[in-house]
Design a protein around this ligand. Structure first.
Ligand code: ADP
Ligand code: MG
Length: 330
C-alpha cells in the first residue's frame, strides 16, 4: 500500500509517546517545548544514508532503531537526559509497510528512554534518515570533550570492535544483516551492528565523575584523539587492557577481532576520562547501571594517542587499525 505524505505523517504521529513538557507537538508549523528551569538544552543531529551508513538490505526496523540510537549516543556522551526529537525522512517510495517497520524500531528505543517525537519533514528521494535529538542537563554538569587532565584514567564501556567485526563479516558475506541468524554468537554480533545500545544510563551516572567523554562512533583511538585534541593532552592506551569479545572467541575469530578493537567504528560505546582518585566510584557507578566498563589507559601531557604493547612499545598505526572504517566510506 502506498500513502501520501500526510498518511505517512499520521502513521508516525500516532505512535509517539506523550510528555508534559510539550506545549505543541506534531501538526503545526513547529513544535513548542518547555525545557525545565535550571537545565541546559542539549541538541545534536545525525543523518544515516542508505548504502553509506547501513547496507541497502537492512530491515526497516533496524534502520529505525539505529537512526535514533546514533543520536541518543551523542546525548549519552554529554550526560544528557533525552527528551524530544525531530525526524526528517527521505523515502524513495511511500510504502506503508516500510514506515510501520521503521516506526517499530524507532519507537521501541524512543519509548525506552521517554523520548517524544515532536516534528519532522517527509520528502521523496534516496533513502536517508536525519534526526535531531534534544535532551537536558543541569547547568554546568554536561560531560564535555575538553576536561581530560594529565594523570586521569581512560575508560571504555562495552566491547569496542564487535560492530566492526559484524561489518567485516557482512562484507565477506559471512553474516546476513537481514537476520536474525541462527548461530547465537553470530546473531549477537549482528545486533551490535544493527541495534547498538546507546549508553544513556552510563552517561547520567558519570555526571560529576568523568572529566571528559565521547561516544565511540569512528573508532576508539580516533575518538579518544578528539578528546585529547580538545583537552590539550595526550593519551596512552594499553593494548592488553582492551576488552576481549566472547562472541568473537566462540566463533574462532579472536585474532580478527584483536585487529579491530582500537580502530573499528559503529560501536556507540562511551570512552571517558576520570581522575584516578575516582576509580572506585566510577567502577561502582558503572556496576549500578549494569554497564561493563574497562580501564584502558592514562592521560599524559603532550598530544596524540599512543597504543602500547605489553612491553610499553608503541604499536604501529597499521596494526592498531587506526583508520576510518565504515560501510561505504565517508
Ligand atoms: P510544513 O510544510 O509546515 O513544514 P509539513 O506538512 O511538512 O509542514 O508537516 C506537517 C507536520 O507534520 C509538522 O508538524 C511536521 O513537523 C510534522 N512532520 C512531517 N514529517 C514528519 C516526520 N517524518 N516525523 C514527524 N513529524 C513530521
Ligand atoms: Mg509550515
Amino acid at each position: 500500500m502506498s500513502l501520501d505524505e500526510f498518511g505517512l505523517i499520521d502513521r508516525i504521529r500516532s505512535r509517539t509517546g506523550a510528555r508534559a513538557d510539550i506545549a505543541l507537538g506534531i501538526g503545526d508549523d513547529a513544535a513548542l517545548l518547555l525545557p525545565a528551569p535550571g537545565q541546559q538544552l542539549v541538541v545534536t543531529a545525525d543523518t544515516l544514508n542508505a548504502g553509506v551508513h547501513f547496507p541497502h538490505e537492512t530491515p526497516a526496523q533496524d534502520i529505525g532503531w539505529k537512526a535514533l540510537a546514533v543520536n541518543l549516543s551523542d546525548l549519552a556522551a554529554m550526560g544528557a537526559q533525552p527528551a524530544w526529537c525531530t525526524l526528517s525522512l527521505s523515502l524513495p517510495e511511500s510504502s506503508a509497510s516500510w514506515v510501520e517497520g521503521f516506526a517499530e524500531g524507532f519507537f521501541a528505543l524512543a519509548d525506552r528512554h521517554g523520548m517524544a517525537l515532536v516534528g519532522g519533514d517527509t520528502t521523496r528521494g534516496p533513502l536517508a534518515i536525519s534526526i535531531t535529538a534534544m535532551g537536558q542537563v543541569p547547568v554546568g554538569q554536561a560531560l564535555r570533550r575538553d576536561g581530560a587532565r594529565p594523570g586521569d584514567d581512560v575508560w571504555v564501556t562495552g566491547v569496542p570492535g564487535e560492530a566492526g567485526l559484524a561489518l567485516a563479516l557482512w562484507q565477506q558475506r559471512q553474516l546476513a544483516v537481514a537476520g536474525p541468524v541462527a548461530e547465537p554468537a553470530r546473531e549477537q554480533l549482528r545486533l551490535r551492528l544493527a541495534r547498538p545500545t546507546p549508553r544513556l544510563e552510563a552517561g547520567l551516572a558519570l555526571r560529576g565523575l568523568a572529566s571528559a567523554a565521547i561516544d565511540v562512533s569512528d573508532g576508539l583511538l580516533a575518538d579518544l584523539g578528539h578528546v585529547c585534541a580538545r583537552s590539550g593532552v595526550a593519551a596512552e592506551v594499553m593494548e592488553s587492557s582492551l576488552p576481549a569479545s566472547q562472541h568473537a572467541s566462540e566463533l574462532q575469530l579472536g585474532a580478527a577481532f584483536e585487529g579491530l578493537r582500537a580502530g573499528a567504528g559503529d560501536d556507540y560505546e562511551l570512552c571517558f576520562t576520570a581522575p584516578a582518585s575516582a576509580r572506585a566510584q566510577v567502577a561502582q557507578s558503572m556496576a549500578s547501571v549494569a554497564v561493563r566498563a574497562t580501564r584502558i589507559g592514562y592521560i599524559r601531557t603532550g598530544s596524540g594517542v599512543r597504543l602500547l604493547d605489553g612491553e610499553g612499545k608503541a604499536v604501529s598505526r597499521e596494526r592498531s587499525g587506526f583508520n576510518h572504517f565504515s560501510i561505504g566510506g565517508q
